[in-house]
Design a protein around this ligand. Structure first.
Ligand SMILES: N[C@@H](CCC(=O)N[C@@H](CS)C(=O)NCC(=O)O)C(=O)O
Length: 343
């Protein structure tokens, strides 16, 4: 379904504007469905420590889960209005295409063919990653270049599968793939020695180390063999929904850049900085233009935090994951996080 404003001539747009219709965004079908249902459905990974895992109280924790919560806050001003749907590497795209979920926040790499042939849009990168390898220390392997002939544990329908094949071919090495869909089975297979090495995004390698009692028995090899920009994904053809998702992620990044966090956000309402005023809705307009509350960014930061807070809580030095921010630092601090102007 095409939003009406794309079908209008310039003259008609003028008439529509005169009627005041363009004051707010025209809601697309996904937003309408979400409003009717009263929550967002978010596809996440079942059990990746630091990203999406159910804790002992039955609460889903992690960076990816918090990104879903941020979008729920932006839509409803309520952190609880999200239903998590566990998806495997293989079921994730059909879950989104079929409408079972509204959004994927699931360690999913943005790539050209996923964008073009799967009918998906990737509104924003949430975590810049890359493929690496983890091996048991006792094998004495120091570099990925020593992996000729290795058995490699992989998950199906991942970019990892393709990237590993490219890497071995390019380096004239051979490998045997052990492909397992279920993440827990995959971890168990690796720990039981069914493969010599486990390949995945660096973040997931940190997660797997956090999910064993003996993390020091495993080493992550120094090579990073690909770019894996992990991004939120939505269906194509519904730009309004994609826009809400995109600007929710950027609001968290912008808040960090402007020094706005969950502790000082109320104080920041009195800031003289025009960017802070726009972000927090003191100067109205941003939210309304997206069809949501002008206070959406204020609510996200107040109820959840800015990007740094969400990162630190789930992946930072006080967690078992302990992943350096690396590329996931702000652009003006040497990283890649950069929000386009929120105005
Ligand atoms: N970023 C890559 C790899 C994603 C991936 O393999 N994720 C694994 C790493 S842990 C995962 O989600 N496992 C959890 C699961 O399948 O339940 C992609 O988009 O294909």
């Amino acid at each position: 379904m095409r939003p009406i404003h794309r079908l209008l001539t310039a003259a008609a747009i003028g008439a529509v504007a005169a009627l005041g219709w363009t004051d707010g965004a025209l809601a697309g079908p996904t937003i309408e469905a979400i409003k009717k249902r009263g929550n967002i459905r978010c596809g996440v990974s079942p059990s990746t420590a630091g990203f999406s895992i159910v804790d002992s109280q039955g609460v889903r924790r992690g960076f990816d889960a918090d990104v879903c919560r941020a979008v729920a806050i932006a839509m409803f001003g309520d952190i609880s209005k999200v239903e998590f749907v566990a998806t495997t590497t293989q079921t994730r795209f059909t879950a989104l295409q079929s409408g079972e979920v509204d959004i994927l926040s699931r360690l999913t790499t943005w790539s050209l063919t996923r964008n073009s042939t799967l009918g998906l849009n990737f509104p924003a990168v949430t975590f810049y990653d890359g493929t690496g390898f983890i091996v048991p220390k006792k094998l004495g392997v120091k570099s990925a270049k020593e992996l000729n002939g290795a058995t490699v544990c992989l998950q199906p329908s991942t970019t990892t599968e393709m990237v590993v094949a490219d890497y071995f071919r390019q380096n004239n090495m051979k490998f045997t793939a052990v492909v397992i869909e279920n993440a827990e089975e995959m971890r168990n297979a690796y720990f039981a020695g069914r493969c010599d090495v486990y390949a995945n995004d660096r973040s997931s390698l940190a997660a797997i180390r956090a999910q064993t009692a003996t993390p020091d028995d495993h080493v992550v090899l120094p090579e990073l063999i690909s770019k894996e920009p992990l991004a939120v994904a939505v269906r194509k053809g519904d730009e309004e929904w994609g826009d809400v998702v995109r600007w929710t992620v950027y609001a968290m990044i912008e808040a960090e850049e402007l020094g706005v966090d969950s502790k000082n956000v109320d104080q920041m309402l009195g800031s003289n900085d025009p960017n802070v005023k726009r972000l927090l809705g003191v100067t109205p307009g941003n939210g309304k233009s997206l069809g949501i509350d002008d206070k959406f960014a204020y609510n996200v930061v107040k109820m959840l935090g800015n990007y740094a807070e969400i990162y630190d809580k789930n992946l930072g030095p006080t967690t078992a994951i302990n992943l350096e921010r690396g590329l996931n630092t702000l652009w003006n601090k040497g990283g890649l996080l950069y929000s386009p102007p929120m105005r």
